[in-house]
Design a binder for this molecule. Structure first.
Ligand code: PAF
Length: 245
């Protein structure tokens, strides 16, 4: 099962050990340090939980990239503005745990707020121009919260590789830039968006959509498919492609 560099055949025949659910950053750090000392590689998928097939596809992708897989579940308060859905963000730790066991995941890291932010946070990572457009216009603190927590999680998990969804393309771009700007030694992989049969991108927040909103949301995937089709047929004019949205 494992992709170990040494003793691969023997390890492949060994049944997978049970997934460990760890709340403590120190315990995660200890385990990853031991794996590194053995010369094996760790992949990481940070999440806010409430898993759907999109999350599971990130984990399966990550699983193939290293010997060990760490997945975190942390609904990060600093990326929610007052009045946003932090309190009501969907959570289901029991189901998430069962789903991750099947991937399989080696460590499910489920820190609480105190483990990540202690008694407050005085230091933030603030992405600049890339965070001021698109989603950043309506959510001015969002990308600072994301960059800060991802930087903290990278310091705790110290992975060789981390996988993020292309669904959140601006987030992926900002994380790649943060890794470059702050000299993190981690390879960032973007994984393709997983969609419902009718084209809607899978998202934990889809449960909040009314029937009408869900129908309206399909405009996004149909617009993008139409642009892709025109591009495939050779259209290169930005205005003409944009007009299809
Ligand atoms: O995409 C998400 O689920 C979150 O923004 C992330 C990257 C886990 C940071 O909290």
């Amino acid at each position: 099962r494992r992709v170990s560099r040494s003793g691969g055949d023997l390890l492949r025949m060994t049944p997978a050990p049970r997934m460990r659910v760890l709340k403590s950053p120190a315990a995660v750090r200890r385990q990853v340090r031991a794996w590194r000392a053995e010369g094996t590689r760790t992949a990481f998928v940070p999440t806010m939980g409430y898993f759907h097939d999109g999350h599971l596809s990130l984990m399966r992708r990550a699983r193939k990239l290293a010997d060990h897989l760490v997945v975190s579940i942390f609904v990060n308060p600093t990326q929610f503005a007052p009045g946003e859905d932090f309190a009501t963000y969907p959570r289901d730790m029991g189901k998430d745990r069962l789903l991750t066991e099947k991937v399989p995941v080696d460590i499910l890291f489920t820190p609480d707020e105190r483990a990540i932010y202690g008694d407050g946070c005085q230091t933030f990572v603030t992405p600049q121009a890339l965070a001021k457009r698109m989603c950043g216009l309506s959510r001015p603190i969002f990308f600072q919260g994301v960059a800060t927590v991802v930087a903290k999680l990278f310091h705790i998990v110290n992975p060789h590789v981390a996988v993020f969804g292309e669904k959140d393309f601006q987030q992926l771009t900002i994380i790649r830039r943060m890794v470059k700007d702050l000299n993190f030694d981690v390879n960032i992989i973007g994984a393709a968006t997983v969609r419902e049969p009718d084209g809607l991108a899978m998202s934990s927040r889809n449960v909040f959509l009314s029937e009408k909103e869900r129908e309206d949301a399909l405009a996004l995937s149909s617009g993008l498919s139409s642009v892709q089709e025109a591009f495939g047929e050779g259209e290169r004019s930005h205005a003409a492609l944009q007009a299809r949205l």
